[in-house]
Design a protein around this ligand. Structure first.
Ligand code: SAM
Length: 219
């Protein structure tokens, strides 16, 4: 229990369930996570609003609905090994952590990765491992993954990430040429990848060797 409990429930009802996320396990996870601990203290009282609050280093926390959509699309059962690319505040990783067995989350900005690790420690979220580096290369060390979730927009599907998926594994990734992308669900079947487009979305760019090499136009 904390002073934001009521706000958190309202956020889930209005901005997650109310906007179309139906998976009760996802909604329940989001009712439990103290989102105010993942934003800067000055913004804590606005942490449950329907917006992508700044988290420092020019980045933002993913909006509540989008986190719900990512987690729902990943279809987690509690048993998976997950790689998240784009730790940011750590909030999406926290949701994935409650819904799966283990989460490796990789962030290119060291300060964000360090700050997310501190929040996970404070909350005693023990099944999340923070890595720093270019997430477009994935993390071969802990691969293969049942699920990969990318929380930044990529021009194409990074081939190292596809290779690090288990057989039958799935990847959730925003793909597009600029500020607007389409959320893709990709399933590995042997050496084939079956792609389903879920819905339009808008993420910050995935910067890296297998993503955007320089900032794309219109961001
Ligand atoms: N999901 C996060 C959350 O809930 O706070 C927010 C994600 S934010 C929209 C996208 C993050 O992706 C940013 O923190 C950015 O630094 C990170 N990012 C962009 N390109 C990356 C890359 N190649 N490897 C790792 N992280 C990357």
């Amino acid at each position: 229990m904390d002073i934001y409990e009521a706000k958190r429930h309202t956020m889930v009802e209005r901005f997650v369930k109310g906007l179309g996320v139906t998976d009760e396990k996802v909604l329940d996870a989001m009712r439990k996570i103290p989102r105010h601990m993942f934003v800067q203290p000055a913004l804590a009282s606005r942490a449950y609003d329907d917006y992508a609050a700044p988290i420092g280093s020019g980045q933002t926390i993913t909006k509540p609905y989008t986190v719900g959509l990512l987690a729902q699309t990943a279809q987690l059962t509690g048993k998976e090994k997950v790689l998240e690319v784009g730790t940011g505040s750590g909030y999406t990783a926290a949701a994935l952590g409650l819904l799966s067995d283990k989460v490796y989350t990789i962030e290119k900005i060291k300060a964000l990765s360090n700050s997310a690790r501190k929040v996970f420690n404070r909350l005693n979220y023990k099944n999340i491992v923070c890595l720093t580096g270019d997430g477009t290369k994935g993390s071969a060390k802990y691969s293969p993954y049942d699920v990969i979730v990318v929380t930044a927009g990529s021009p194409t599907i990074p081939s190292p990430l596809a290779r690090q998926l288990k057989q039958g594994g799935r990847m959730v990734i925003p793909v597009g040429n600029g500020k607007q992308q389409s959320l893709h669900l990709i399933r590995r079947k042997g050496e084939r990848f079956v792609v389903v487009k879920i819905e339009e979305c808008s993420f910050v760019p995935l910067m890296g060797e297998h993503g955007w090499k320089e900032k794309p136009p219109k961001y």
